[in-house]
Design a protein around this ligand. Structure first.
Ligand code: HEC
Length: 197
């Protein structure tokens, strides 16, 4: 622990002496997505979204400190979407303290350990922002409105799909789907990556 404290002092001295760090720390940042009009800089992140992101954090030592220190200025996804080594996270956390994050040396050590463990170079990549599953349409279970919206088909054709499967059973594949009377087969081909059976 004593060596860790010395290490942090050295890092901080280096950061303070570095003209680059000083310039970066002095730069003001605006988050264009924030609607909070309070005069504090930087603007507060969306509280509801932040709560969602806090819930997603894996448990473990350092989580509590991360939530206390790192949620005030930006969404946690800014943090959890990144993958960095322990050195990389150390640089980030020091930079955040220079920007105004209020953390003790002990907090910082714990946060770096937590981040390196859960968001290190070998951690699973961050989930894609928009899950592809949300645009998939299962033509055997979806309601007509979902099929119409998901595949850009007229409501009448979506309804024809639903009627056909009610009469003939589930579709097995694209060829089966194209058997539906009056279906726009070119559109079905164009949207085939979105179609599930
Ligand atoms: C005082 C406000 C503030 C707090 C508290 C804060 N940050 Fe930041 N953070 C910022 C700002 C401003 C940016 C945008 C900087 C930029 O444009 O690169 C940022 C950007 C980031 C980034 C993206 C840029 C990069 O360096 O990879 C990460 C990661 C990050 N912060 C992590 C953290 C962590 C971890 C904590 C908690 C130790 C934290 N932040 C706490 C202000 C803050």
């Amino acid at each position: 622990m004593a060596s860790k404290a010395l290490f942090w002092n050295a890092v901080l001295v280096a950061a303070i002496l570095s003209p680059v760090a000083a310039t970066v720390a002095g730069a003001t940042q605006q988050d264009p997505s924030s609607t909070d009009s309070s005069q504090q800089t930087p603007p507060k992140p969306d509280a509801a979204k932040q709560q969602e992101e806090i819930k997603k954090l894996p448990p473990g030592p350092g989580r509590e400190e991360l939530v206390r220190v790192c949620t005030g200025c930006h969404l946690l996804s800014v943090v959890t979407s990144q993958r960095k080594s322990e050195d990389g996270w150390t640089d980030t956390v020091v930079e955040m303290r220079n920007r105004g994050a209020s953390a003790s040396d002990d907090d910082m050590v714990k946060i770096v350990e937590y981040l390196a463990k859960n968001y290190g170079p070998n951690s699973a990549p961050a989930a894609a922002a928009a899950p592809a599953s949300s645009v998939k349409v299962n033509v055997n279970t979806a309601a007509a409105a979902e099929i119409a919206a998901g595949l850009g088909l007229p409501q009448s054709q979506a309804q024809a799909i639903v009627d056909y499967r009610a009469k003939n059973g589930n579709f097995k594949d694209l060829a089966g789907l194209k058997q539906v009377p009056d279906i726009d087969t070119a559109k079905i081909d164009a949207e085939k990556d979105k179609i599930e059976f």
